[in-house]
Structure formats: structure tokens, C-alpha cells
Ligand binder design. Structure first.
Ligand code: SAM
Length: 350
């Protein structure tokens, strides 16, 4: 049973600028992750299958209002071929991500390719398990989430972005609602998904107090997976010129990952691409702080540059990423899905 953390304890860690405290925090988080989820790092091959988006989030480079990127959507054939080549290449889990569309025709396409990927990978797998599929395609209706679950997806990532209602409304346009996200997270849990959420760290106007609440929010929502990344300003977004956060977003993200590991020992925590981009030690320190999931980007080279949530000039080849994870002393277990242990514990209680 994890100890519960008071707001005061969390605040004191997040506000501290003491290097010794940071070392102690990371050591504690690393020990905790080894005891609770083990030394393995699990891979999710990331396929960003479309950058078309009907939303206009003020921070995001693929927002509908950004007319300076080339829009793409991979064909179902391309997505299935990519997924199967990842499977043949040793990936047992994928994350399929895109900009947002809740149009029935679009979602039916996703249902279709998830079904095909699932069936083809199961047919080629001795265990019959096939590929584990995580989706990250935004806010949908209950019935759409249900259809995707029945098609074979079993994990879903939907970041709340910030648990503070006011900050949420400052970083999203009118018509995008905090409560809608909460309803979506509830729907996903009711259907049976392993549910992941998360935040961006370093948003203009974000305070330590907000981040303390975010951590308590994750605990209260009893989440299975977490994705925490630094906010990286994108020049073609309304938030770009807003005054930055007072703290170093890299260190702050690491502290939040470490605290999340200590507060929720058996969840899966992603070492986000954004964390790896803003600092060359992002992968190493993200893992050390307690992350146990890495998502090598498998999006085709021609499209990768247009999945530009933020300015990203550093692309790490998947094999190099795996080599580096091993070099840092972690094991990569390609044959295991690496589902959230917290989810299993939650299911056993229900
Ligand atoms: N449309 C889906 C959704 O909203 O969940 C999935 C794609 S969305 C682009 C994935 C995540 O990218 C968002 O949840 C957000 O946290 C992150 N993101 C977008 N813009 C970002 C930025 N400028 N810096 C860091 N992360 C960003």
C-alpha cells in the first residue's frame, strides 16, 4: 500500500532547488520502481497515423488553425503494414496516435484497422495474444470508445493536460471543456480500458500549486498509466509568446515523474518524447526518475516532420533508443505487453 502524500510534502519537493534532494528523490523513485514494477522497460512502437485535427488547442502545433504544416493521413493499408512490420521486428505493443476527429466515418476506419492488426498479429503469434494496442486519438463518445475496445484496443491515453479548470480554459479555445475530458476518462474506465492520463509541465501561468493538485488528481482518479511531458512552445500557436513558467520544466517534469512513481508505485509511466527532446539526458533521467515505458517513433520519415506538436529536431532511431535503455542498466522485454500492474490489481479488487 503506497503512503499518501500531503500537499505540503509535495510542495516542499517541487519547490526545492537543492541538488541533494533531487538525487535522493530519484534514488527513492528508482528503488520503488524496481520493487513494484521491476527493472524492465516496455516498448510501445508509436505510429502517428494522422495529423489532421478538428481541435484548436492553443499549445499544439497540429491544431486545426496551423495552416503551415502539410496534413497527412496514412492509408489503412499503410497503417496495417507498419503495424505488422513492427510486430515482425519484435514489438509486442503499439501506440496508435493522431490528431482528433470524432466523425463516424473516421472512427469506423480506426475500428477497421485495429481489428485487422489484431487479427493478423494474433494469427502469427504462438500465444494467440497478438499486438497490444494503445490508442491516443482524443475525446470520443462512449459508443465510439466501446467500438474501439471491441475491435481489440485495450489501453487508452487521454491527457487532462492540467487538472486546474481555469488553466485548462486558458489553454483551450471555447467549446473544449474540462468536464468533457473527465467524462471521457470515466467512460474509458467503465468500458474496461487501462486508462492513462497526464499533463504538460511548464505551461504559461502554471503554478507549483497546480502541479501539486495534478499529482493528487492522478491518485484520486486511480489511473493506470501516466504521460508527463514538458510543454515545448511552438511558434505557430497562440500560447507561444506567453511568459514562461518560473521553474526549469525539465527538472520539474522529472520531479513529477519521481513523485508519481512514489505515490502510485504500480502504474506505468511513459518517458515522453518531449522529455527526451528538451534535454539530451531526458531518456536516462526519465527512467531513473521512475518511468518504465518508452515509445520509439515508427511513423514513416516522410510524415514524421509534419507530426509537429512542438519543434522537434532530434529523432532517435528505435534501435538506438533500445541500445541506450540497456546501456542505462534497464532490461527491455520485447515479448511482454507490459500492461499496467495497477490495472491488474484494480481488476482483482472489483
Ligand atoms: N489528439 C489526441 C489527444 O489530444 O489526446 C492525441 C494527440 S495530442 C497532440 C498528444 C499530446 O501532445 C497532448 O495530450 C499534449 O499533452 C501533447 N502536446 C501537444 N502540444 C504540445 C507542446 N507544445 N508541448 C508539449 N506537449 C504537447
Amino acid at each position: 500500500m503506497a503512503k499518501s502524500w500531503s500537499d505540503k510534502e509535495i510542495t516542499s519537493i517541487l519547490s526545492s532547488r537543492e541538488p541533494r534532494m533531487l538525487d535522493e528523490l530519484f534514488d527513492a523513485a528508482d528503488r520503488c520502481r524496481r520493487d513494484s514494477v521491476g527493472p524492465n522497460v516496455f516498448l510501445r512502437g508509436l505510429i502517428e497515423f494522422s495529423n489532421e485535427c478538428q481541435r484548436n488547442c492553443y499549445y499544439c502545433g497540429i491544431r486545426k488553425g496551423n495552416l503551415s504544416i502539410r496534413r497527412y493521413r496514412l492509408t489503412n493499408y499503410e497503417i496495417i503494414a507498419l503495424a505488422m512490420s513492427a510486430f515482425e521486428g519484435g514489438y509486442s505493443s503499439l501506440t496508435l496516435q493522431s490528431g482528433e476527429s470524432d466523425e463516424t466515418r473516421e472512427i469506423n476506419e480506426v475500428v477497421h484497422f485495429v481489428q485487422v492488426i489484431k487479427a493478423q498479429s494474433q494469427a502469427r503469434d504462438n500465444t494467440g495474444q497478438g499486438l497490444g494496442i494503445t490508442l491516443s486519438i482524443g475525446e470520443l463518445t462512449f459508443d465510439q470508445y466501446q467500438a474501439l475496445w471491441e475491435a481489440g484496443a485495450h489501453r487508452y491515453l487521454l491527457r487532462i493536460e492540467t487538472s486546474d479548470r481555469q488553466l485548462f480554459s486558458r489553454i483551450h479555445p471555447p467549446g473544449q471543456y474540462y468536464d468533457k475530458r473527465l467524462h471521457c476518462l470515466d467512460a474509458l474506465k467503465t468500458i474496461g480500458y487501462q486508462v492513462g492520463t497526464g499533463i504538460m509541465v511548464g505551461l504559461p501561468g502554471q503554478s507549483i500549486e497546480n502541479l501539486v493538485r495534478d499529482l493528487q488528481f492522478f491518485v484520486e482518479r486511480d489511473i493506470d498509466m501516466l504521460g508527463i511531458g514538458p510543454y515545448i512552445p511552438h511558434p505557430n500557436t497562440p500560447l507561444y509568446k506567453q511568459p514562461a513558467f518560473d521553474f526549469d520544466p525539465f527538472i520539474m517534469t522529472l520531479k513529477i515523474i519521481a513523485l508519481a512513481r512514489l505515490m502510485m508505485p504500480d502504474i506505468n509511466i511513459v518517458c515522453s518524447t518531449a522529455l527526451q527532446i528538451i534535454n539530451p539526458r531526458g531518456l536516462e533521467l526519465g527512467l531513473k526518475a521512475g518511468a518504465n515505458i518508452v515509445m520509439p517513433v515508427l511513423t514513416p520519415e516522410d510524415n514524421r516532420g509534419n507530426y509537429s506538436l512542438y519543434i522537434n529536431k532530434n529523432y532517435t532511431q528505435p534501435q538506438e533508443l533500445v541500445d541506450r535503455i540497456r546501456m542505462f542498466g534497464y532490461e527491455v522485454d520485447p515479448w511482454t505487453w507490459g500492461d499496467s500492474r495497477h490495472y491488474a490489481a484494480r481488476q482483482a479488487q472489483e
